[in-house]
Design a protein around this ligand. Structure first.
Ligand code: C2O
Length: 347
């Protein structure tokens, strides 16, 4: 049967291999009444590329203003910037047990839950930001890391240390023109072993390969099935897109141990860049889907009926199912079209 949402009242300390066993990640609401989410009917919002919005000062002002407001909310407000980051901690660092399966954590990584859960997480986050500045067209920018021009840290996150978008807990040696490496990891900082244009090409080829190999078999792209009562397989359960995404987390996060902010799931949501990384992961899922002629990735109801809960833009705790997030249109957003340089390498 499908994985069900946790019992909020039974939230307990979370843990991280680097940051310890006593992490306080529980939400400030525990016994809220939960309703099915009413999907929005607002205008279609267009998410734009982070390296292209930098020259749109009107947009940048709005984005900074929204994040600033989120940071200024009372500490225990569910919309507060750090509370929003704790949602990620709670679902990724074992703050909940699956209902009916004590000791089996709710985990939204390393399986077919990865892409849908993060799609919803961004959806609610983006709408809360829009609400804070009273703008129903507001979108998060996506980090277009699958394009030649997007393979560096987007400047909007690094160019002004006093910006609300800035985060000091990063690997600053990866600022400016340093090129991202899809094979980077804390245990293998040399990554693919390439530099410069060769590294850009290695990344593009790796992206192409990821798509080409996984088009016939969704598990390879999305992650392995995970059903109620099962524990996620943290070494083999993830899909190839999640694996690239892990490399980018580590590449941005602090280089020395304990790794923080982007470098650890429990703190990753404290860096605005998290949401842009995930917006592009989400976009790549959308592209994958289009390549497959919009065919559903898994017809299994254990996937389609997997259920999550979130705090929405109307301060209501809502229940959502995987089956309802498969088309971004239903969530009223889409992606700006940008060139897909690795695509013509696909045959
Ligand atoms: Cu929930 Cu980028 O990880």
């Amino acid at each position: 049967s499908p994985v069900m949402p946790p019992d909020l009242a039974k939230c307990h300390d979370a843990k991280s291999s680097g940051l310890g066993d006593n992490l306080k990640c529980c939400p400030p609401y525990t016994s809220a009444d939960i309703v099915d989410y009413t999907f929005p009917e607002t205008p279609l919002r267009v998410r734009r590329a982070a390296h292209l919005v930098i020259n749109d000062s009107e947009y940048m002002e709005k984005y900074e203003e929204a994040v600033k407001k989120m940071k200024e909310l009372p500490e225990n407000h569910p919309w507060n910037f750090y509370q929003q980051a704790l949602i990620h901690c709670a679902y990724c660092n074992e703050a909940y047990d699956q209902v009916g399966f004590p000791g089996v954590p709710v985990q939204v990584h390393y399986s077919w839950l990865f892409l849908p859960w993060h799609r919803y997480y961004l959806h609610f986050y983006e709408r809360i930001l829009g609400k804070l500045i009273d703008d129903d067209t507001f979108t998060l920018p996506f980090w277009n890391f699958d394009s030649d021009d997007g393979m560096t840290i987007p400047e909007i996150f690094t160019n002004d240390t006093s910006s609300p978008l800035y985060n000091a807990n990063r690997d600053t040696s990866h600022y400016s023109s340093a090129i991202l490496d899809y094979k980077y990891s804390y245990g293998n900082t040399a990554g693919s072993g390439e530099t410069g244009n060769a590294l850009v090409l290695a990344n593009l080829c790796y992206m192409k390969k990821t798509f080409k190999q996984s088009l016939p078999l969704a598990e390879l792209f999305m992650g392995d099935p995970l059903r109620a009562g099962q524990e996620a397989d943290t070494t083999n359960g993830f899909g190839q897109l999640e694996s690239i995404h892990n490399a980018i987390h580590m590449w941005v996060g602090t280089p020395t141990s304990p790794h923080t902010d982007m470098g650890d799931f429990s703190t990753a949501g404290r860096d605005c860049i998290f949401f842009s990384l995930h917006a592009n992961v989400d976009r790549l899922w959308h592209i994958y889907r289009m390549f497959r002629g919009n065919k559903v990735e898994f017809t299994d109801t254990d996937w389609l009926d997997s259920t999550f809960i979130f705090y929405d833009e109307n301060e209501q705790v809502v229940r959502v199912k995987v089956r309802d997030c498969l088309k971004p249109n239903k969530l009223r957003y889409m992606y700006e079209e940008v060139p897909i340089p690795w695509m013509n390498k696909l045959n």
